[in-house]
Ligand binder design. Structure first.
Ligand code: NAD
Ligand code: TDX
Length: 357
């Protein structure tokens, strides 16, 4: 199947995994990546694509908040679909500085919808066009000990990040109901894997263990996240893009619920084995319980039965294997790590963790 797709935010963590994986599994897909290259976007994430993949890939630097830029782009090029990853994505940053989240996640999504709607109408409103909006389980708020998020769980976001994502989800749905734009929305749980920016829990802890730095655990460490290997997420997105029903939402999750402290212990154990540390030198001695994140959601857990039943997708990576693979990737890519840890990154670490001790 031949398709020309615009991916937004393709130079970030999930977007770059998505582009690499989709070029490989969908030889008929051409992909253009529109990315502003903020601190979280890195051209290195898409370096060294195989030659035949390079021929089907193009990069466009630009900001989704820039209406004039989007209008020009859609006048010059036509797309069969838009897959929208671009966002400010880190909860702690949204607490320190919410404005960027409202700008990109709310206003940027709005500008993108406006431009897509105009392009879609201009092209005769094709029914096979898709606007796939990538969202998060955080829009549903926090669970207690029991229960799961379904597609019908009411929105109840806790952080400026999740509130901005919730807002963008509503806008996307409204553009379908009001203007008929063919949209689909996905809400996914926490991802892990290669190319994740080391401000997020798993890469931060892996690198701090390697470098024998403190391992900051917020609050009592008993908050629970439902972890999904990034390639499973990418495969779910291709499935929803091709087979999802217009106007519908699909929850995506791996069914691997873990307390944060368990993940930190596991990473210590796996890395200690590789680095030959034990006894008094065990990395667990680096664990520090620090001031909790304000508004910290206690538990996320996804009910993914709708996408499994209706579209035939199922997570296929097992956590214990995929986390080992992720550790190996970081150990083998210290050049990438050093290149993304710029002056801005060091400032962020000082800002966020300096105050928590
Ligand atoms: P990321 O922060 O790694 O990447 C975001 C990308 O968007 C970067 O390349 C950045 O340069 C780009 N970007 C930011 N603002 C932009 C703008 N104004 N215009 C154009 N590009 C811009 O994020 P991620 O972890 O890859 O997440 C991707 C998407 O998936 C986000 O929408 C996020 O909400 C959602 N999501 C993430 C997770 C997760 O665990 N990481 C889970 C569920 C959903
Ligand atoms: O230093 C830390 N210590 C710590 O205990 C960090 C960075 C995090 N944590 C805790 C907070 C969370 O309970 O670990 C858990 C995971 O934190 P993050 O990696 O920041 O992810 P989270 O806040 O759960 O959000 C992620 O998943 C959903 C992504 O960043 C979002 O973009 C996505 O929507």
């Amino acid at each position: 199947m031949e398709k020309k797709i615009l991916v937004t935010g393709g130079s970030g963590f999930i977007g770059s995994n998505f582009i690499r994986h989709t070029l490989q599994i969908r030889p008929g897909f051409q992909i253009r990546n529109l990315d502003a290259l903020t601190y979280a976007g890195n051209p290195l994430n898409l370096e060294n694509l195989p030659v035949d993949h390079q021929a089907r890939y193009g990069f466009i630097q630009g900001d989704i908040c820039d209406a004039r830029f989007l209008k020009n782009l859609f006048e010059q090029e036509t797309f069969d679909g838009v897959i929208h990853f671009a966002a400010e994505s880190h909860v702690d940053r949204s607490i320190h500085g919410p404005e960027a989240f409202i700008r990109t996640n709310v206003n940027g999504t709005f500008q993108l919808l406006e431009a897509c709607l105009a392009m879609w109408k201009q092209n005769g409103s094709p029914s096979d066009f898709r606007f796939l909006h990538i969202s998060t389980d955080e829009v549903y708020g926090s669970l207690g000990k029991e229960g799961y998020f379904t597609e019908k769980t009411p929105y109840d976001p806790s952080s400026p990040y999740s509130a901005s994502k919730a807002s963008s989800d509503h806008l996307v749905k409204a553009y379908h109901r009001t203007f008929g734009l063919p949209v689909v929305v996905t809400n996914c749980s926490n991802n892990y894997g290669p190319y994740q920016f080391p401000e997020k829990l798993i890469p931060l802890i892996i690198l701090n263990i390697i470098e024998q730095k403190d391992l900051p655990v917020y609050g009592d460490g008993k908050n629970i996240r439902d972890w999904l290997y990034v390639i499973d997420h990418c495969e779910a997105l291709v499935t929803v893009f091709l087979k999802g029903v217009i106007g519908e939402t699909y929850n995506i999750g791996g069914g691997t619920e873990l307390e944060n402290i368990r993940i930190v212990h596991l990473l210590c154990e796996l890395l200690d084995e590789k680095l030959g540390r034990s006894g008094k030198n065990s990395s667990k001695s680096l664990i520090r319980f620090v001031t909790d994140r304000p508004g910290h959601d206690r538990r996320y857990a996804i009910d993914a039965s709708k996408i499994e039943r209706e579209l035939g997708w199922k997570a296929r990576f097992v956590f214990s294997e995929a986390i080992a693979r992720t550790i190996d990737w970081y150990m083998d890519h210290m050049d990438w790590v050093n290149s993304v840890r710029s002056g801005d990154y060091r400032k962020w670490i000082e800002n966020n963790y300096g105050k928590r001790k």
